[in-house]
Design a binder for this molecule. Structure first.
Ligand SMILES: [Zn+2]
Length: 313
């Protein structure tokens, strides 16, 4: 929980289902405000239905190192069985206190549409550089796959063939991807995006309740924070990936330490989550944020919507 800004944690009376989804009342915003202020809000709703989040939202955020202030604008709308999350890609929290961004932050026009009734596909879709993975309820996207592989250029960019081995994990040890305190950094065009736990969106330590929904993947399934209810015990969910044992054959050599996504192997049943980092909670399937690979999702259980398709850099 960021503590840099005072926050009125009192909640307003909820008058409509569309507002029931979020903890409201931050920063003394009047109850007749045209939109809800999400600045530094920790989410609380566990509704997996994107329609329940329909509203317009705003927030203020500062690029700390550059001392630049931004206003976030987010709109969540719904229709014809789908939800659309449109934003200017400004987070609802200060950022870049500790990052080493290769490119300056820039606002964007982002819009993602996803089904309100996700279903599992016959087989999962692997993650690739073709799709953004997800969008969080603060309007900032998740884009897990780095375009950098060992032995390709400077290792940071230019590795677009997913079959190329030794793809770097920006969350790995010794990463030179310059992520900030929110596990996020900027793309070449300045787009801010997360590579792992977005940190500010849910209670990271000792919650009394299982974590809320914090966003939606491109296939429409919800993304939950890390904490699950294990028969009355609230604890962080464990992924079912583990580091391979031994040393890498070829490539960079060395011990499997998570520097590369190839360093991890899926061992079914070894954790709580499936290969896509999802599980069923209260009858609802969703992805769960984890502290280690694959961080948020390892594949798409459903079918990603075309609106998440990336422009090729
Ligand atoms: Zn990145």
């Amino acid at each position: 929980m960021p503590t840099s800004k005072p926050l009125d944690r009192s909640t307003k009376l909820i008058t409509g289902a569309s507002l029931a989804a979020l903890t409201l009342g931050a920063c003394g915003v009047s109850s007749v405000a045209a939109h809800e202020d999400l600045t530094d809000i920790e989410l609380t709703s566990r509704s997996a239905t994107c329609v329940d989040y329909v509203d317009t939202y705003s927030a203020s955020a500062t690029d700390v190192q550059n001392r630049l202030d931004y206003g976030a604008a987010i709109e969540i709308s719904a229709g014809r069985g789908r939800c659309t999350i449109t934003s200017n890609a400004v987070p609802n929290h200060d950022f870049n206190a500790t990052g080493r961004f290769a490119n300056p932050f820039r606002t964007q026009d982002q819009s993602y549409t996803l089904t309100a009734t996700p279903t599992a596909a016959a087989r999962p879709t692997p993650l690739s550089l073709m799709y953004d993975n997800a969008v969080f309820l603060n309007g900032v996207k998740l884009d897990l796959m780095a375009a950098g592989c060992f032995g390709v250029g400077d290792g940071r960019i230019g590795c677009f063939d997913m079959s190329t081995p030794y793809r770097y994990d920006p969350m790995g040890p010794g990463s030179n991807f310059g992520a900030d305190e929110h596990n996020a950094h900027t793309q070449p065009d300045g787009t801010y995006h997360y590579h792992g736990n977005p940190m500010a969106l849910f209670d990271q330590t000792n919650p009394n309740e299982p974590s809320p929904v914090i966003g939606f993947a491109a296939d429409g399934f919800p993304i939950f924070g890390s904490f699950i209810d294990d028969n009355g015990t609230i604890r962080a969910a464990e992924p079912s990936y583990r580091l391979r044992s031994g040393t890498r054959t070829g490539g960079p050599g060395g011990t499997y330490d998570g520097t590369f996504i190839d360093d991890w192997e899926f061992v079914a049943g070894s954790g709580d989550l499936d290969a896509c980092n999802g599980m069923v909670q209260d009858g609802v399937y969703g992805y769960v944020v984890t502290q280690t690979y694959p961080h948020v999702l390892g594949c798409f259980t459903g079918t990603p919507d075309a609106s998440f398709r990336k422009r090729r850099p």
